[in-house]
Design a protein around this ligand. Structure first.
Ligand code: CA
Length: 236
């Protein structure tokens, strides 16, 4: 038993971008209690600055910030070619915001007011996935694309399209079960590492994003097939 090593492996640098200082500080105290190193940013610009200098292991990003919205922060983080997991905080019932968030590169979201236990579970799941040791070298083909799991990209000749961490994980799972339907719940459980939440649209949103990248005609997909009432199936 080497408890110190275990603790060190679980410790992460977390950046919280949130202008409601009371909430941000409360969250920082909780995460520091769990042995994480936490930095706070009160607006998007300082969030982006800290994201570049700190290279955090996770960003908790509020949607409504004084200088720019969370989508813009997310887009700029992603444009720095960073794959850091981003958890967005949104107000309840703003499904539209959630979809825009996934488009901008958010990995998961929690709606305010949130339960502390739920938020910590989400953070833990995101960190567990991103800190997992790199999987064995993998490349596989979908249509004319090669999915390169090491460089997080789709390649076809000279053409290259970047993929995010969760996009790669979903493709790996569907590829593993190719030509068989995989339920949304299974995808959520295996990829996000936690029990499925029927209100969470993450899986559908990620499939929509993947279709944009992979399918010649998104409305008539040939590879990422919807299995009605069930989930999705990959036909390579
Ligand atoms: Ca706010």
């Amino acid at each position: 038993m080497k408890p110190q090593l275990k603790a060190a492996a679980q410790m992460a640098t977390i950046l919280i971008v949130e202008d409601e200082l009371e909430m941000a500080r409360g969250l920082r105290d909780l995460l520091e209690f769990e042995s994480h190193r936490v930095m706070l940013a009160e607006d998007g610009a300082s969030g982006l600055r800290l994201s570049r200098s700190l290279e955090p292991d996770l960003i908790v990003l509020d949607l409504m910030l004084p200088d720019m919205d969370g989508y813009e922060v997310c887009r700029q983080v992603r444009s720095q070619n960073s794959r850091v997991p981003i958890l967005m905080l949104t107000a309840r019932g703003q499904e539209h915001d959630v979809i825009r968030g996934f488009e901008a590169g958010v990995d998961d979201y929690v709606t305010k007011p949130f339960s502390v236990a739920q938020l910590l579970a989400r953070i833990k799941a995101l960190l567990r996935r991103s800190q997992a040791p790199a999987a064995d070298t993998q490349k596989f083909q979908i249509g004319s694309w090669w999915v390169d799991c090491d460089t997080f990209s789709l390649r076809c000749g000279q053409e290259q399209t970047p993929l995010t961490y969760y996009e790669v994980e979903i493709l790996k799972l569907l590829h593993h079960h190719q030509n068989q339907p995989v339920s949304r719940d299974t995808i959520f459980q295996k990829v996000w590492g936690m029990a499925a939440d029927p209100t969470n649209r993450a899986v559908d949103n990620f499939i929509a994003k993947l279709r944009k990248k992979i399918e010649a005609d998104q409305k008539n997909p040939q590879h990422l097939i919807t299995v009605y009432g069930m989930g999705y199936k990959l036909i390579p």
